[in-house]
Design a protein around this ligand. Structure first.
Ligand code: TRP
Length: 380
């Protein structure tokens, strides 16, 4: 069986470092591993519209932002198909057929949908003054199953919050195959293997990095903005004096270091730990953590180090982005071509689905058979 990746993001804002460690970095590694036959990366504008119906302009603007973030982070249009969801209308057809295989009750149990309903202030019973739930939003897990199965994806690299969507997809695949015959491929989720990357907290230490909380570091932030954000980061509220013992667990600076630090950074950024009063030589993150726990290592030193570590990753991304910003026609051409390729792939699956459901009445050979079958019925 072919090894195929499908994944994507909603274009509701620029991508931040939570997206990067949660999924984007892994996608680039998988792309460059050469182990996959096909890689599809989707900008999910139609899904973004399920709760932004009144603001299509926001979605439209962010398609380009996300595309530039993708390419500058290392997704290579020569190796991966980058495309726009709404341009592949086969996906909505598949969604329509899958909707018959899922109950309202099953959708209501989806923990991610539940959480998003709270976040967006949708009423869950329609009795209070809050806005009701748009049907399209309620059904988006089914549309996501269409996205994944349309490309016969075997692997879906995503963040932890997408786990319920993958579970829903597998259920639909099993139900479809059991009802209509073996047609669809059951996908596996691929989560980050590093705990810090599973759910990168915001710079304020809050559970999740999110645009609405204003606690993000964006891939496209200039170096001075990153430094301002790092300086303002939440550390350990009990670490008042440099000499006090510090806590590493729940300390956002260390969580980010866990997510971004590489062995070579200790040599490369040695100067960060050279101070006027005290200096340290560290060879691993564990040594930094031990010293912080003992006391004597100040927040400013670890923040300077984190800033260097972040910029080591972000600077090449920033530079590629500046180049892309000067070449907007190229970015749209990538998306246009990618959408064509994606459409051809999804059309094949849609044909398989219609064949399995026997609603391919006018396919070559099928009509003749149908006529023969019905004629025989009336000839009796
Ligand atoms: N739900 C994803 C997000 O919130 C975007 C998405 C849409 C997606 N369809 C997908 C991700 C299919 C993986 C596979 O960003």
């Amino acid at each position: 069986m072919e090894k195929i990746i499908l994944t994507g993001d909603r274009p509701t804002g620029r991508l931040h470092i939570g997206h990067y460690v949660g999924s984007l970095r892994r996608r680039v590694e998988l792309q460059n591993s050469g182990q996959f036959d096909k890689i599809f990366i989707m900008i999910a504008d139609a899904q973004a519209l399920t709760d932004n119906a009144d603001n299509p302009e926001k979605v439209r603007q962010n398609i380009l932002e996300v595309a530039m973030d993708y390419i500058s982070a290392g997704l290579d249009p020569e190796k991966s198909v980058l495309f726009i969801q709404s341009q592949v209308s086969e996906l909505t057809e598949l969604t329509f057929f899958y909707e018959n295989l899922v109950t309202v009750q099953r959708l209501q149990r989806n923990p991610t949908v539940k959480q998003e309903m709270l976040l967006r202030g949708y009423s869950d019973d329609g009795t209070d003054n809050k806005a009701g739930i748009p049907v399209g939003f309620f059904c988006y897990p089914i549309s996501q199953a269409a996205d994944i199965t349309a490309f016969k994806a075997t692997v879906v690299p995503v963040g932890e919050d997408q786990e319920p969507m993958l579970e829903q997809t597998r259920e639909i695949v099993r139900k479809f195959n059991a009802t209509y015959g073996e047609t669809l491929v059951e996908p596996a989720i691929m989560l980050p293997d590093n705990a810090a990357c599973l759910r990168l907290p915001g710079t304020d230490g809050k559970a999740k990095m999110s645009k609405s909380l204003g606690n993000c570091i964006y891939l496209s932030d200039p170096a001075d903005v990153v430094w301002d954000k790092v300086k303002g980061m939440y550390t350990d509220p009990q670490h008042l004096q440099v000499s006090d013992p510090g806590h590493v667990e729940g300390n956002t600076v260390f969580t980010y270091l866990d997510a971004f630090c590489k062995p070579e950074h200790f040599e490369k950024f040695r100067d960060c730990f050279v101070g006027k009063k005290v200096s340290f030589t560290f060879n691993s993150l564990d040594e930094v953590k031990d010293q912080y726990r003992k006391g004597g290592l100040g927040d400013m030193m670890i923040k300077k180090f984190l800033n260097e570590v972040l910029n080591d990753t972000l600077e090449p991304i920033r530079q590629r982005r500046h180049q892309l910003e000067q070449n907007i026609p190229y970015v749209y051409e990538v998306l246009r071509k990618g959408s064509e390729v994606a459409r051809a792939a999804a059309a094949e699956t849609l044909a398989d689905v219609k064949r399995a459901m026997k609603i391919n009445y006018f396919d070559p050979g099928v009509l003749d058979q149908l006529i023969a079958e019905q004629s025989e019925k009336y000839a009796k």
